[in-house]
Design a protein around this ligand. Structure first.
Ligand code: SIN
Length: 305
């Protein structure tokens, strides 16, 4: 199956000709060397980046000096770019989300501060995201990722069989609805401008387990920010199982962690990972810029009636 659906990306398994690829953790994540993202990439180099991305799910590039235009140009190699709703984008760059927290902002909830897969509330959630550091605190503000293939594979067969045909309702309401924990409605004390929006109440349904369109592997697709309940169940009925799955997904052995430095870029696959931004750098500025790459409707693990 993998060979049929991977579009050639995984066909040349083995060593890399153009890149240095070094894993940073047992679960997922690799640092990529030997590449300058300010320059257009040859097809041969780009193919290896795609392969490293498919093999490691989140990849990191260090010491990159790129402009917003170069950030977008690299991102566009993977697909069209999404404008993120609810949040004001970087001035002059609607496709770039500026994730910012100022030294004076002591907030209970930072942007991205709970485990999530970007925009899983969308009918066609993003394939991936590319985050570029602009200002990093002297300590703290790390980002963690978790491997949703492993999370699925490490469930019992009984649980896998139960989840494969199930669907989950996703919505942005808890983050961006009227009582949303992220909205500041333009409060000048907040560097980001996150607005309440009626669109946040919209609900979409996705499979609880999705098939990755490149690797053919099954990945658990629930997250604590946007997964509200199982289809045809109440929130109360869904909560015990969802809570179990959220805790299971974020077990330390399923994760990796990035210490940001100036010029670091992280690129992750939203179809088979979740991530969380640490909020432990009070008194310091942090600013990172994100592009969000268009994706497809998730493929269910078992055919739906
Ligand atoms: C996000 O894209 O969810 C934020 C990640 C981060 O700020 O580290």
């Amino acid at each position: 199956m993998t060979a049929m659906i991977n579009n050639g990306i995984l066909e040349q398994a083995g060593s890399y000709q153009h890149l240095a690829v070094n894993k940073i953790a047992g679960a997922l994540g690799a640092e990529i060397g030997g590449i300058d993202l300010s320059q257009p990439l040859s097809d041969a180099v780009f193919k290896e980046v795609q392969r490293a991305f498919a093999e490691h799910q989140v990849i990191f590039f260090r010491g990159q000096q790129i402009t917003p235009e170069q950030h977008k140009a690299f991102s566009l190699r993977f697909g069209g770019l999404l404008e993120v709703p609810f949040v004001r984008s970087l001035e002059g760059h609607p496709e770039i989300l500026a994730i910012m927290k100022g030294a004076q902002e002591i907030t209970r909830r930072n942007f991205g501060g709970v485990w999530h897969s970007d925009m899983s509330y969308a009918p066609e959630p993003p394939l991936g995201s590319i985050l570029c550091s602009r200002v990093v605190p002297p300590y703290g503000g790390d980002t963690l990722w978790s491997n949703m293939y492993l999370a699925y594979e490490r469930l019992s067969e009984g649980m896998q069989r139960m989840l494969d045909p199930m669907n989950v309702v996703h919505s942005a309401i808890r983050s961006y609805g009227a009582a949303g924990v992220l909205v500041n409605n333009g409060d000048p004390a907040s560097k980001m401008d996150v607005r309440t929006d009626n669109r946040a109440a919209a609900e979409v349904t996705h499979p609880a387990v999705r098939i990755h369109p490149v690797t053919g592997r099954k990945a658990l697709y629930v997250n604590s920010a946007y997964s509200i309940r199982f289809e045809d169940m109440t929130e109360e009925e869904s909560k015990p199982l969802l809570d179990f799955l959220f805790a299971h997904c974020s077990r330390p052995e399923h994760t990796c962690r990035l210490r940001w430095s100036p010029g670091t870029i992280a690129m992750w696959d939203n179809r088979c990972t979740q991530h969380l931004a640490m909020n432990d750098y009070d008194g310091f500025d942090r600013e990172l810029h994100r592009t969000t790459i268009m994706g497809d409707k998730p493929i269910p693990a078992t055919p739906r009636p």
